[in-house]
Write a protein of this length. Sequence first.
Length: 340
Amino acid sequence: MLLSVIVPVYNMAEGDKLSFCMNSLVNQTIEDYEIIAVDDCSTDRSLEILRSYERKYPEKVKVIASPENRRQGGAKNLGLAKAQGEWIGFIDSDDWVCDDYYEKLLKKAEETGADMVGCDYHLTGEHSMQIGQIVHNNKPSQAGILNEEKYRSLILDSGSLVVKIYRRHIILDYPNRFPEHIFYEDNAISNSWMLRAKHFEYIQEPMYYYYQHDSSTVHTITKSRCEDRMEAARVMVREAREFDYLEQYYPEIESSFTTLFYVNTLFSYMAGVKKKEYGFVKALYREMKETFPGFMENKYYGERVHAEERKLIRLQSRSTLLFMLYYRLLWTYRNLRKRL
């Protein structure tokens, strides 16, 4: 088997989202591949839809019904346990791809000897093959035989895990899998995968369609989602310790942790969670300082954290209470200006 494509599915029946994704997969221009669709205990018709594809395309589609909801990471792990492909790919069940997406990625791998290949993607809010907003998932400078400089760049700017394919050994020759029961599972393990690759190739063509809608993980801000992001960052650091690359890439891991665990969590929580808890905000900063005491002196901090955010972080380093009061006043002032 050349390729296994793993599709975690949870409640995607509405609006034909799941069918649009599956249609793009069963119509790929390659022959030797399997689609492993894992229903994560959906409460709608998703499993029924997947079974219909399994009946219609028995040579391509394999359906796994999880007996419990394990979130995307758990669903992906179930798929990985059954994957037979020499290459592994993932796709979110509300996204879709060009018909020759996997053919082009695999051809690039064959031509270059790469063991990890990616491309660009579209951001779109409609189910069509029209080109939307193009996002460059990686940089040309990251491609080629990987060395320390390229690894550092990939840790800092990894791009989306689902917009890549990986040689089987990169994932399955190691015991670690996606963390389960949380969102942001890709952030937790992507560094380990990239550092196992020896050669990365990047096609500067948008072939993956990333569907943006109000219920997307990136658009839903709750305390629970913030806690998931924090846990994903903790796993990221544990991975670096377990596989012994924390010391070598300390500045890059520290910077990535700072962004994922602290900066993104702090400001999304303050902007999006209505009932803000002093204890949560204080504990967030305390754990940040305990994990990486010198994070504000990191060489990437000034260029990757906005100046206004750095000002607010400095204020929180002196007093969480003052930070929260100042932030509330700032937010109120900006809302008033918008209305004028």
